[in-house]
Write a protein that binds this ligand. Structure first.
Ligand SMILES: *Cc1c(COP(=O)(O)O)cnc(C)c1O
Length: 338
């Protein structure tokens, strides 16, 4: 009954077993080991391309901030939703890592950027006008911060609008697996095939210990040396990188990451159905992934807590409940019996 966050969940046993398997003998450091090398083949299969470079770090904040710092100069701006994790939950890391690049916040329902708002922001860009900070990157999030999924067509459409205006496209995929399961899109379709230049692919929330992959596609591979330099400078060059790579290989093996996300998504739907059977429950956003945003009456919220559930109140008077790969099916009956 822990619905506080998917980061509260333990790692999947396959990840722990993979760590034990690579815990053998000496290996070169700083990403030059054979396990980090082997990850290329796993990623090539998952991403259906060889045209990428990758880097591993232990938190999504580092992954986003490093990725964006390679795309946005100190004098530029990143367009993102006003509720984006990079804007609300990273303590200024994107601005810090880019040396002063700004975030330009855009509105839209369900933490999804509204198309008219995006078009207006893109039309305003005038790099020749020295007083304003020109946007150089569009950052999208999937799943979004409201637990909804952008369909792949919309990512593709927004990426093409951004590219036409000369911007690069970053995708924050801290919960990418949940969005892929919901939409039925492949990781390739949701990333480079849709025009994403740089992907922050998260595996921590899905079931790893701490494993986030920055992936530079196509032309942005020219930034790889800079990415590594920035990773080193900011303290995100794990000396024993094989242990991060082993987590990723285990998660991609047999598409474990997608089946774990499928379980988490299914539990979220079941929990939200069970909550909605209690009168007074109202979903604030549709449940596409593993997050539920709901208004509940006080009685239900306190009976849930008395039954041992943990979850957070959310701004605007609702609650957020998050499921994970290990949320047991028994919670549904427990919620039903309240
Ligand atoms: C959780 C999350 C991150 C990464 O957060 P860390 O706590 O730094 O790992 C990034 N983006 C989104 C949308 C998230 O939900």
């Amino acid at each position: 009954m822990d619905f506080s966050s998917d980061t509260a969940a333990p790692a999947h046993p396959a990840v722990i077993e993979a760590l034990a398997r690579v815990n053998e003998g000496n290996q070169p450091s700083y990403g030059n080991d054979s396990v980090t090398g082997d990850l290329r083949a796993s990623l090539a299969r998952v991403l259906e391309t060889d045209d990428f470079d990758y880097w591993l770090c232990a938190s999504g904040t580092a992954s986003n901030a490093l990725a964006l710092s390679c795309l946005c100069p100190p004098t530029g701006a990143v367009l993102c939703h006003e509720e984006a994790h990079i804007a609300r939950d990273e303590r200024g890391a994107p601005e810090f890592f880019s040396g002063g690049g700004k975030l330009q916040l855009l509105g839209g329902d369900g933490a999804q950027i509204d198309e008219a708002v995006l078009r207006e922001a893109l039309a305003r860009i005038d790099p020749g006008f020295v007083h304003e900070t020109p946007a150089q990157v569009l950052s999208l999030t999937n799943l979004t911060e409201n637990g909804t999924a952008y369909p792949v067509e919309q990512i593709r459409h927004y990426a093409s609008l951004a590219h036409e205006a000369g911007l690069s496209v970053h995708l924050d995929g801290a919960r990418l697996a949940n969005a892929l399961v919901h939409t039925g899109a492949t990781a390739a379709e949701m990333s480079w095939k849709a025009g994403v230049d740089v992907l922050s692919l998260g595996l921590t929330k899905t079931g790893a210990i701490g494993c986030e992959i920055i992936i530079l596609f196509g032309q942005t591979r020219s930034k790889f040396a800079e990415l590594k330099a920035r990773a080193k400078r900011s303290g995100h060059m794990p000396p024993k990188m094989r242990y991060l790579a082993a987590q990723a290989i285990a998660m991609f093996e047999g598409d474990l990451w997608l089946s774990l996300a499928a379980t988490a998504n299914q539990r979220a739907r079941q929990v939200s159905d069970a909550l909605c059977r209690h009168s007074g429950t109202l979903l604030v956003h549709p449940v596409h992934g593993n997050e539920i945003f709901a208004r509940m009456d006080d009685g239900l919220a306190s009976s849930l807590r008395e039954a041992g559930a943990t979850f957070y109140p959310w701004p605007g008077g609702s609650y957020r409940l998050v499921t994970g790969w290990n949320t047991p099916e028994t919670v549904i009956d427990t919620i039903g019996s309240l």
